[in-house]
Write a protein that binds this ligand. Structure first.
Ligand code: C2E
Ligand code: CA
Ligand code: CA
Length: 396
């Protein structure tokens, strides 16, 4: 026969559960399943798939009809009595076009749902060749990443990008940025492979490698040059186990790094309960002299909520505001940066402007009073040896 199948999942269901408790989570699931019962056709069959996912099999039905069903159900989820609004994402296949056996259809559905969630939450993705290719690439990268990790992080390297004091324009810091390459895979961007590491949980292992590597360089440069501090990036999930902090403290001690020359950049935010846990961990680090930075300020991840709950030393203004400064007549980005900088001054938080690519932007940024400068205008991230040459050139 022929027909269509929809796989739908609740966006950020884990977060809904974590924030409101699993009893509330169950209510959400129940409300959704009742709504599906009500909105589907008599001939449709509904299955609970796994966790927060439901399958709707529509024998003789069309993808069009299931698309409309999705829209309707998704709208309804905005407005259920007694529940906070939530949203859905979905994958869609038809048979026999997208597969003739159960396993193929189900895996194509899962890849489509995954794709929908990555692209834009609250979206429906029809299975296509592109989705299948993308899934293949992700699995290939994932496999190679795992192999690299097992091979003692073969193929991983830290690059360093200079950060300049805005007043003197001298290099005072650098940010460590992870690179990964294998003989077969040369073109994976950090955004791409770090997301895979985060999704698989392997970011924790990789993160420890990054931490040690960053501290090793900090120790070396601390002896050779004066006061160059090193920052490295940490995803929020790396901090969940609480071991991270102790390991950082122990490693710094072992390598005899002055904690005041080490900065942790938090790249993602989290819900309120976790923020409390984070701020306790960060306070412990700050008491020892380590610096804490909040990355990408102004994006959906990092904003005022986190600023309110977590005390920090440095705030990194997201590139999108910095870049916006050239667009003529764009007063918004200017106003945002000015106000963020003023606010930080009052709170004794230092600011970094990322993504400075032109003299023009640099001059505006300096006139606003941002504390530190970072961007391609000065240098791209480079291997350690090249970074050292930059410092040496400056110091003689
Ligand atoms: P991020 O932490 O915001 O890092 C800044 C990114 O902006 C870097 O991209 C850097 O190369 C780029 N950049 C710096 N200046 C300029 C500029 O003037 N113009 C433009 N167009 N780009 C500039 P990169 O190295 O590709 O890293 C991307 C992201 O990957 C980072 O964003 C960070 O979120 C993540 N990442 C990198 N290394 C690590 C790591 O070791 N651990 C974790 N958890 N995340 C990392
Ligand atoms: Ca960063
Ligand atoms: Ca950033």
């Amino acid at each position: 026969g022929s027909g269509a199948i929809l796989l739908l999942g609740i966006n950020a269901f884990r977060k809904i559960n974590n924030t409101n408790g699993f009893l509330y989570g169950n209510k959400v699931l129940l409300a959704l399943s009742e709504c599906l019962e009500e909105f589907t056709e008599k001939s449709d069959r509904i299955y609970r798939f796994q966790g927060d996912e439901f399958v709707i099999l529509s024998p003789d039905g069309s993808k069009d009809a299931l698309c409309k069903l999705f829209e309707k159900v998704n709208d309804y989820c905005n407005n259920i009595r007694g529940l906070k609004s939530f949203s859905l994402s979905a994958g869609l296949v038809s048979y026999p076009e997208d597969g003739t056996d159960f396993n193929t259809l189900m895996s194509n559905l899962e890849h489509s749902l995954e794709y929908a969630k990555d692209q834009k939450q609250g979206w429906i993705a029809e299975f296509s060749e592109k989705i299948s290719q993308r899934h293949l690439r992700t699995s290939r990268l994932h496999e190679a990443l795992t192999q690299s990790i097992h091979n003692n992080f073969d193929g991983f390297e830290l690059y360093f990008q200079p950060i300049l004091d805005a007043k003197t324009k001298r290099i005072t810091e650098c940010e460590s940025l992870l690179r990964w390459k294998t003989p077969e895979i040369q073109d994976a961007t950090p955004y791409e492979f770090i997301k895979i590491l985060e999704d698989s949980g392997e970011i924790r292992e990789a993160g420890y490698w990054v931490m040690e590597e960053a501290l090793r360089h900090a120790a070396m440069w601390q002896k050779k040059y004066n006061n160059i501090s090193v920052s490295f990036n940490v995803s929020y999930i790396q901090l969940l186990d609480g071991e991270f902090i102790d390991k950082l403290i122990a490693t710094a001690k072992e390598l005899q790094v002055d904690p005041r020359l080490v900065m942790v950049e938090l790249t993602e935010s989290c819900n309120a309960d976790d923020t409390k846990m984070l701020s306790l961990q960060f306070d412990k680090l700050r008491k020892l002299g380590f610096k804490i930075a909040m990355d990408d300020f102004g994006t959906e991840y990092a904003s005022f909520g986190l600023l309110h709950d977590v005390s920090m030393d440095v705030l990194k203004i997201d590139q999108k505001f910095v870049r916006g400064l050239i667009r003529e007549g764009n007063k918004t980005d200017m106003a945002i940066i000015e106000n963020v900088v003023n606010m930080c001054r009052q709170l004794s938080i230092q600011t970094v402007a990322e993504g400075i690519e032109t003299e023009e932007i640099q001059d505006i940024i300096r006139s606003i009073g941002v504390s530190y400068l970072q961007g391609y205008l000065y240098s791209k991230p480079v291997p350690a040896a090249e970074f050292e040459q930059m410092i040496m050139r400056e110091q003689c």
